[in-house]
Write a protein that binds this ligand. Structure first.
Ligand code: ADP
Ligand code: ZN
Ligand code: ZN
Length: 817
């Protein structure tokens, strides 16, 4: 009887592949285990088993597997089910999901190694110089990797040389697969069992009078053992005995001490549980009970609580409850880097039980978190992480919290799978029959709609904790201010007054400007030329601090030219402003105060955010200027004024979500003001103070905003009434992408008629030398989503067979954000 397995390969291919196995392998293998298989000419991959069966593939002969990589499944059946859902819903391959889901250490890919060809002899004189260098290196080394060859011949493109050497039978190549995860081992030490008897120990110690240092170490070891029942690390012994490694080594060599190694986790929270969770106030308690009630009938609940209403403390209570029920909890956040404050707070409550799953963690650290979650260890009972944490191998999930659920960073933009973590979390929760709490002060329209439709439970928290009032929000009409000459730089007199007042009281100020750099456009006053990125269709942004012009799309930069690159005139001006310029103006306006800036340029490095947030918390900074990073749930005690430098560039963004987003962003930034005692103030500068959204922001009218926007969504056929799928074509040749997308547009319109928008070039149609052109397909509620996707797939398949369009990359984004 022959046996087969289906596997997912970590590459963007539509199908699962079938390989043959023998009968003992068939008994051993289970879905979720990895096998090494050959795919293509010589590449070897770690593939994931999804099925074991006896049906040979119809159109090809199944190859045998190379070998089995795991002793037990590393992926659970629930995960496989979730991957299937993601690949079908978001229209990507399972291989792409696998790539996103597994820590890279599990995604072994073979590496090409180069070996000497032992079978043949040849004339060294026939070799060219670079060929000879490789040949020579192989006389000393048994094998070479591609990287090494690059450095030997000092070239990037080494394949031609390798090819020639294979032809000349000098070398052979092989694929080698290797495991990246290395368990971290810690060295421990103990007394050899022989000396554990009192008598032999006495003899030993007496015999050691002439080795006082070694004797000293031994005595320290005993003290350590007396103090704790734990195993003793070599490093610990060295430290307490103040001894050298040589002394310990000597004791080991004499067989008096024994060393041994144990595996340990790299990330360990050493702090203990330091605070008790806070007692909820009456409003919080009521909300907490309402959430629990809602969970008795519904799986998902929206907690709509204004900024600083104490949502986090409610989450904490829900987590405690889940822990008591011995369930796992997933706490999803839009971004980890910006939430050190929150994580510190949770760590004080949950200590070791909290695991942070962070994309900045090393490969090994992530494997350990993965294993702990899979084993259901109490150590990882609560996992906090950004969107990719939904891929962890939960076994007993009871609760998912999606904090700041409205944030668009929950949607992965590139590469595939282009999934939305909030929506995927709801699917994940279903598999475990667990509950989902969505929390926000400014819920996504879609979520609020679902709550309105009673699909989700709904709980409201309208008061700030401690009865602090919501900040007072005023709009400042800068059009008039400019006319009346009441502006200093980009500051209205009203804003300056506000800042002065706050500073006088010893309070802090946050200023929001949604652009980094000094100014987004440089223009020549003589000829009107403004420097553009050579790879993208955008103006270069001037960065004063580095004296450079930089592209914010591709990273291209040049130093700031002295004169116009077109006409040579030295009369250059800047247009528009970014955080750097505001910082500069502030330094002149408030020379005696410390100004800080928080944007992508000042927060690089692993602890970039933390440093600047800490400085602000410590009162080391009086005024902080920043981009939307400042809106992300930060909890500062002493900020009494928040200023928005210019609201208009948010509102004018060409996107159907622009108004909703502007509202959310401004409400969130405003929410940083006056979080304790005194009522905070917010000043929003704008050319257009009568804009409906700004009016709604100024009176905290979420529901008014919702009613208007949902009406527009209905009118113009957008989510939640219609689903959208965006299709983007990319190619470096403008005409090619243009034709290709026109063809796709016509084919799709044949089926979906007026529900296809475009194709259209976006405002920035070239990025990194690739032209983009978009199509949007709108799907009415009564139209089958499944069938729609089938049609798109079919058309995409025909598209791929058209030679003229080869090389045009097609990107499908379901529920595009
Ligand atoms: P939100 O997440 O709704 O913006 P937070 O949970 O950050 O609000 O709470 C705002 C502030 O109020 C925090 O500093 C928090 O420590 C404090 N706070 C909230 N609830 C309580 C409580 N029950 N007891 C004491 N302090 C609380
Ligand atoms: Zn010029
Ligand atoms: Zn660019």
């Amino acid at each position: 009887m022959s046996h087969f397995i289906n596997v997912i390969l970590p590459i963007p291919l539509d199908k699962e592949f079938t390989y043959s196995i023998n009968s003992s392998e068939a008994i051993f293998l289970k879905p979720g285990m990895r096998v090494a298989v050959q795919f293509g000419k010589s590449k070897v991959y770690a593939a994931l088993v999804t099925q074991i069966h006896q049906n040979p593939p119809l159109v090809y002969e199944a190859k045998e597997i190379e070998h089995i990589l795991d002793e037990s499944p590393i992926v659970t059946l629930h995960q496989l089910e979730l991957w299937s859902w993601i690949s079908s819903y978001y229209m990507c391959t399972k291989g792409e999901v696998m790539r996103a889901a597994l820590p890279t250490a599990f995604l072994l890919e073979s590496e090409t190694i180069i070996l000497k060809n032992e079978k043949t002899h040849f004339d060294e004189a026939l070799l060219k110089d670079d060929e000879f260098l490789i040949y020579e290196a192989l006389q000393y080394q048994s094998l070479l990797r591609i990287q090494e060859i690059m450095s030997i011949i000092n070239k990037k493109n080494v394949l031609p040389v390798i090819k020639r050497l294979i032809e000349k039978k000098v070398i052979t190549v092989q694929e080698e697969i290797y495991e990246q995860y290395k368990p971290k081992l810690v060295r421990y030490i103990r007394l050899n069992v022989e000396y554990t008897k009192e008598e032999s120990l006495r003899v030993l110690l007496e015999s050691m009078t002439r080795a006082p240092k070694q004797r000293e170490v031994l005595l320290h070891l005993f003290t350590l053992q007396a103090k704790t029942v734990k195993q003793i690390k070599v490093s610990e012994l060295l430290k307490t005995s103040n001894s050298s490694t040589a002394v310990v080594r000597a004791l080991i060599d004499k067989n008096i001490l024994e060393e041994y190694h144990l595996q340990t986790d790299r990330v360990q929270y050493t702090g203990a549980v330091t605070s008790l969770t806070k007692e909820l106030n009456a409003y919080q308690l009521k909300a907490f009970q309402e959430i629990n009630n809602s969970f008795t009938t519904k799986d998902v609940c929206l907690l709509h609580g204004v900024t600083s209403s104490g949502k986090t403390e409610i989450y904490v209570q829900l987590i405690e409850k889940a822990i008591q029920e011995k369930k796992q909890v997933l706490y999803l956040l839009p971004e980890i880097a910006l939430t050190t404050q929150l994580i510190a707070r949770l760590q004080e409550y949950f200590g070791e039980q909290l695991t942070v799953y962070h994309s900045k963690y090393s490969v090994n650290e992530r494997v350990e978190a993965w294993n702990n979650v899979k084993a259901g260890k109490s150590k990882a009972q609560v996992v906090i992480g950004a969107r990719s944490a939904i891929f962890l191998p939960f076994t007993n999930l009871g609760l998912i919290i999606v904090d700041e659920e409205h944030e668009n960073t929950f949607k992965q933009y590139d590469p595939a799978p282009r999934y939305h973590a909030r929506d995927t979390a709801i699917v994940l929760a279903k598999m475990f029959e667990s509950k989902v709490l969505l929390g926000s002060a400014t819920p996504a329209l879609e979520t609020f709609y679902n709550a309105n439709q009673k699909k989700y439970g709904f709980v409201k928290l309208t008061r700030r904790y401690g009865n602090v009032l919501m900040p007072e929000i005023n709009l400042v009409d800068i059009k008039t201010k400019y006319r009346k000459k009441e502006m200093t730089g980009h500051f209205s007199d009203t804003l300056l007054e506000g800042i002065n007042e706050a500073l006088k009281e010893g309070e802090q100020v946050i200023l929001f400007q949604n652009r980094r750099g000094y100014s987004p456009v440089i223009e020549c006053n003589t000829c009107g030329h403004s420097p553009q990125c050579s790879n993208c269709d955008v103006s270069l942004t001037f960065h004063n601090y580095k004296n450079q012009l930089r592209c914010h799309y591709c990273g291209y930069y040049i130093s700031m030219p002295q004169k116009c690159m077109a006409c040579g005139s030295i009369d250059l001006t800047t247009k528009g402003f970014g955080t750097e310029q505001i910082e500069r103006e502030l330094k002149d306006l408030f020379p005696n105060h410390n100004i800080g800036r928080m944007d992508q340029d000042t927060t690089r490095g692993k602890h970039g955010y933390e440093k600047i947030i800490n400085r602000f918390e410590d009162g080391d900074i009086d005024i902080m200027v920043g981009t939307q990073m400042l809106s992300k749930g930060l909890d500062f005690r002493n900020v009494s004024l928040v200023g928005v430098m210019n609201a208009d560039n948010l509102l004018n963004f060409p996107d159907f979500r622009a108004h909703e987003r502007s509202f959310q962003l401004m409400q969130q930034v405003a929410g940083r003001a006056g979080r304790t005692k005194k009522r905070g103030k917010v000043l929003i500068q704008t050319y257009n103070p009568f804009h409906q959204i700004l009016q709604q922001v100024s009176v905290n009218d979420y529901e008014g905003m919702y009613t208007d926007q949902i009406e527009e969504r209905y009118q113009y056929k957008y989510p939640p009434f219609y689903k959208t799928i965006k299709i983007t074509g990319k190619h470096k040749d403008y005409n090619k992408v243009n034709k290709a997308m026109d063809w796709l547009g016509i084919s799709l319109k044949n089926v979906f008629n007026e529900n296809v928008l475009g194709p259209e070039f976006p405002p920035i149609s070239r990025i990194r030398n690739q032209y983009h052109k978009n199509l949007i397909i709108k799907i009415p509620q009564k139209q089958s989503l499944y069938k729609t996707k089938e049609v798109i797939r079919r058309i995409h398949t025909s598209f791929k067979s058209i030679k003229e369009f080869s090389g045009v990359r097609i990107i499908i984004n379901v529920d595009n954000y």
